[in-house]
Design a protein around this ligand. Structure first.
Ligand SMILES: [Zn+2]
Ligand SMILES: [Zn+2]
Length: 393
């Protein structure tokens, strides 16, 4: 109880700070052709870039074979390289928030109300499913018709030296841990590694929430093993470029990591579309098990729109063929960027609905960032993992 009372003002102050800082940061990222140099400089020390030979490619690739998404990835041989991508185009795409709060945490709004307003955003923005991720407890299914409840929780992990607590989301397969009175992963008890491993043991998916807020250092995030399944690239009002620095640091260190998205929605209205997953599924109404499995395989895009008066990026798709990575959508895009090691922009296409990039020896991963023509919508692909095949003498 004391914890909640002290957190409310802290969160309010931080939220206000983020609101004040959000607009300029977003505008900056949309008019600058490459990520800010500071992000790239922090992303990965140069010594990693200096040895792109077969040995380093093997070293980089080996730990990531453990990531669930790679075990089910589509693969393509391209000369000396093998490309692996979680994306598979299926008949339908459905939308859902990866990070939504509900009372009795300090969000002040109940789970059913959250799901109803996300479902009611109109045909371009309606959510088909919602991961309810309340602080520290797993909320029961409120049984709202027309929307799939997905079980989750946002955990306060052990405080760092500067006293902030990194937040880790658990996306859970079922309601086995659902109980507003229980704290199944503790409060301020586990560190990010401990929480990630505990979530994996519970059959769930661990996501570092809003990496650029309350986070450990880049070095500490890189050190966590692949029980940390994803990082939030889009998370409410946080700056996606600042979150991307953590994503690129981890990928550059050879840890395969998926990109997730959620509005981090409390009781405010403006964040409803500021982060959601666009999942490829075979039918329009997948069961909870089918949806969990699709998300676990990372067959989704992380997307956001500034508000409901702007259109989303429609039908994002990523395919491996003809030796390359092909991104397309049904929306004209201002920019499609192919981003690789250390956050480097490898290729950028402008004013187009589709773009391609053929990976080179030395690329260890390639991920795509797409921004709509009006600059209001964006989608991030999952990383395509690039493995150098062993050469036969
Ligand atoms: Zn949080
Ligand atoms: Zn949150």
């Amino acid at each position: 109880m004391n914890r909640e009372r002290t957190l409310v003002p802290l969160v309010a102050v931080l939220l206000a700070a983020q609101l004040a800082g959000c607009e300029p940061a977003e505008r900056r990222s949309r008019t600058t052709p490459a990520p800010p140099p500071a992000l790239r400089a922090e992303g990965e020390p140069p010594r990693h870039d200096a040895s792109p030979g077969p040995a380093s490619a093997e070293q980089a690739a080996s730990p990531s074979g453990e990531h669930f998404a790679l075990r089910h990835a589509a693969t393509l041989r391209a000369g000396p390289l093998e490309l692996r991508s979680p994306h598979r185009r299926l008949a339908h795409q459905i939308r859902g928030s990866g990070h939504t709060h509900c009372a009795p945490d300090h969000s002040g709004i109940d789970a059913a109300a959250q799901q109803r307003r996300l479902m009611g955003l109109g045909p371009d923005h309606r959510h088909h499913f919602v991961w309810i991720t309340a602080h520290d407890f797993v909320a029961p299914d409120p049984d709202v018709p027309g929307v799939q409840h997905m079980f989750g929780v946002e955990i306060y992990t052990k405080r760092l030296e500067a006293r902030q607590s990194p937040h880790v989301l658990a996306l859970l397969p079922d309601g086995a841990l659902a109980d507003p009175a229980k704290r199944p992963f503790g409060v301020y008890e586990l560190d990010v590694q401990g929480a990630s491993s505990a979530i994996a043991r519970a059959g769930g998916l661990a996501v570092l929430a809003h990496p650029s807020r309350y986070s450990p250092s880049l070095e500490a995030v890189k050190a966590v093993d692949e029980h940390l399944w994803a990082l939030e690239i889009l998370s409410g009002s946080t700056d996606p470029d600042a979150n991307a620095a953590f994503v690129d640091a981890r990928l550059s260190a050879g840890k395969y990591t998926c990109l997730s998205a959620g509005g981090d929605i409390h009781d405010e209205d403006y964040k409803l579309t500021l982060g959601y997953q666009v999942v490829d599924v075979a039918g329009p109404r997948p069961t909870r098990d089918e949806l969990f499995e699709a998300v676990r395989r990372c067959n989704f895009f992380a997307c956001a729109v500034k508000g409901v008066r702007h259109g989303p990026i429609r039908r994002p798709a990523l395919e491996l063929r003809d030796g390359g990575i092909h991104f397309s959508s049904n929306t004209v895009l201002r920019s499609v960027r192919f981003v690789g090691r250390g956050g480097e922009v490898l290729h950028e296409a402008r004013s187009t609905a589709r773009a391609s990039y053929s990976p080179q020896i030395g690329d260890s991963y390639v991920r795509v960032e797409a921004v709509s023509a009006d600059g209001a919508a964006r989608c991030y692909s999952q990383p395509t993992w690039i493995v150098q095949r062993r050469q036969t003498p």
